[in-house]
Design a protein around this ligand. Structure first.
Ligand code: TPW
Ligand code: MG
Length: 548
């Protein structure tokens, strides 16, 4: 086998199911092998950010690494932001970049696409990946590939593999995957001490609460977490990024904690708890910032990033799964508690088919109605009010840049989702975000992807306007997105009333032959319920801060 085939087989053996990419001359040899060997399916796009977002979404969706392949320099630098997003939100994306070969390195000339040094791209990617390698040593390549792919899975974060273009066809030995080592005596002792302290805390606590976050999904331990919640008998909330976790499982789930932007009961439950146990919860301002001051971190047990912290103690090298499993096996030693009943989430239903203008909440309502008629569909959302709109939609598989909050994610993520799940997604996107990556719908037809895309068109960067209403730059140009859809190979419908919205959604759902785009005209200043509360919460906090 040659080096590229060795790499492709190793990817497959590590669970990778597809490659997204855009080639260039440094990457042409790898793409040739990828296409002709057909070891993994290859999907190409128009612009590199889409490659990164699609791989990120696919990885989130099937819980296995996914590949984003690009050329050196112009391609690689173009994809830094999506990989930064994947790093921040813990999505296991394998970046494969073509790279300069030995011959390119020794000419004394600058190589085209070279920014500063030949290794500049590697250096930049070191900031946004958890492991990296340039495969410039054929002897070491199999071990390096094994190490990097193991890191990707262990940390659930992106990794970077650069493939010098002149080594692609060189013979190479196959990769032996690394099997996880059993915990050392030292690690076991750390785990025991950590669980002892957690149980002691729980024994005394008056109002403990489990706050579960996105790592539970990334590491595939939702069942174990649900079991723990039942055994402990304490209420459970999810974070914004963890919304939809534990869906359909039997446990005392209370809802999604949103701080000042959320249900005040839930906010109180978390912020006044004397033992909040945060499992796999990335501490972000989106998750906690709106109320950060209220959460007393001296009382918090935080299990995330492969460690557990508690008050002033830090227990290193504890995998979340091990922590949860150990708690599960020892939870019976605690006095029994009776958790409150699960709070059934309530979502808006039964959109009136009238001539009223459309609000973001109407879009959520129409989608809920559709789900009740024909079953749920997965959703990919962009950043903008469309993201907050999803909070009024029933729990369903959702990918969204909930913490890193990058725009341009929605349409590419919908593709990644459709590839990974084989299901038709709904894509929610604002007009501003659509202007970044909506064009990629051009590529849907050739792969048979048929998402239903809902563009919330307010001719505005409305989310920014809510924070800074005086700025005229938040006005966006007018464009007929529905007509554009027809040009791009789909079917477009522009709707201005709730009646038209309902009808367009029914027609789009019925037409599965090509992608469907519904352009919903929304007046400026009309926000989703959650964004309204978010703005009100932040304004309140700013006023309080100013008054101090
Ligand atoms: C890659 C900053 C956050 S929200 C927003 C901007 C520019 C406006 C979104 O406008 P859109 O949605 O899509 O029309 P809506 O509902 O607010 O009208 N660049 C990137 N990411 C982010 N987050 C920004 C800028 C931003
Ligand atoms: Mg907008």
């Amino acid at each position: 086998m040659n080096l590229a085939e060795v790499l492709l087989h190793a990817l497959k053996a590590h669970g990778v199911q597809e490659i997204f990419g855009i080639p260039g001359d440094f990457a042409l040899p790898f793409f040739k092998v990828a296409e002709e060997s057909a070891i993994l399916p290859l999907y190409t796009f128009s612009h590199e950010p889409t490659v990164g977002y699609a791989a990120d979404a696919a990885a989130r969706c099937h819980g296995k690494p996914s590949v984003a392949a690009i050329t050196y320099g112009a391609g690689g630098f173009n994809m830094v932001n999506p990989i930064a997003a994947a790093y921040a939100e813990k999505s296991p994306v394998v970046v494969i970049s073509g790279g300069p070969g030995e011959g390119d390195r020794n000419t004394g000339l600058l190589v085209h696409h070279q920014a500063k040094r030949l290794n500049s791209q590697l250096e930049v990617y070191k900031e946004v990946t958890c492991d990296q390698v340039i495969l410039n040593d054929l002897q070491r390549a199999p071990a390096d590939i094994a190490r990097v792919l193991a890191s990707c899975i262990r940390h659930s974060r992106p990794v970077y593999i650069e493939l010098p273009r002149d080594l692609v066809f060189q013979p190479c030995a196959p990769v032996e995957p690394i099997s996880a080592a059993p915990p050392s005596a030292q690690q076991q002792a750390t785990l025991d001490a950590c669980v002892d302290e957690t149980l002691a805390l729980l024994r005394q606590a008056q109002s403990p609460v489990l706050v579960v976050g996105v790592e539970i999904r990334r590491f595939g331990i939702e069942q174990q977490t649900a079991e723990l919640a039942r055994r402990l008998g304490i209420p459970v909330v999810t974070t914004l990024m963890g919304r939809g976790l534990l869906n359909g499982m039997e446990l005392p789930l209370q809802g999604t904690y949103l701080g000042a932007a959320g249900d005040p009961q839930l906010t109180k439950l978390v912020e006044e708890s004397d033992a909040p146990i945060l499992l796999g919860t990335i501490l972000t301002d989106g998750n906690f910032g709106v109320s950060e001051k209220q959460l007393d971190f001296r009382k918090v047990v935080l299990a995330c990033d492969g460690q557990v912290s508690m008050g002033y103690h830090l227990y290193p090298e504890i995998a979340l799964a091990d922590f949860i499993n150990e708690l599960n096996s020892r939870a019976d030693s605690l006095p029994p508690r009776k958790a409150p009943a699960a709070v059934p989430a309530r979502y808006p239903r039964d959109l009136p088919a009238d001539e009223q203008p459309i609000s973001p909440t109407d879009i959520a309502t129409a989608i809920n109605d559709l789900f009740h008629q024909q079953g749920p569909m997965p959703i990919a959302a962009d950043m903008g009010d469309c993201f907050f709109t999803t909070l009024d939609i029933e729990y369903t598989d959702l990918v969204a840049p909930g913490f890193y909050a990058t725009m341009g994610f929605g349409v590419p993520a919908g593709f990644g989702m459709q590839v990974a799940s084989g299901r038709r997604p709904i894509i929610l996107v604002g007009d501003g975000a659509f202007q970044m990556t909506g064009w990629e719908l051009l590529n849907a037809g050739r792969y048979g992807w048929n998402p239903i895309v809902i563009v919330q068109n307010n001719s505005s960067w409305e989310m920014l306007r809510t924070f800074q209403p005086e700025s005229k730059f938040n006005d966006l140009p007018q464009l007929n997105y529905a007509r554009l859809a027809d040009e791009l190979g789909g079917t477009g419908r522009r709707v201005t009333s709730r009646r038209e919205l309902q009808q367009a959604l029914a027609e789009a759902a019925a037409d599965t032959g090509r992608f469907q785009l519904i352009e919903a005209i929304i007046d400026k200043g009309v926000l989703s319920n959650t964004l309204s509360r978010f703005v009100a919460g932040i304004t309140r906090m700013r006023q309080q801060a100013a008054a101090k």
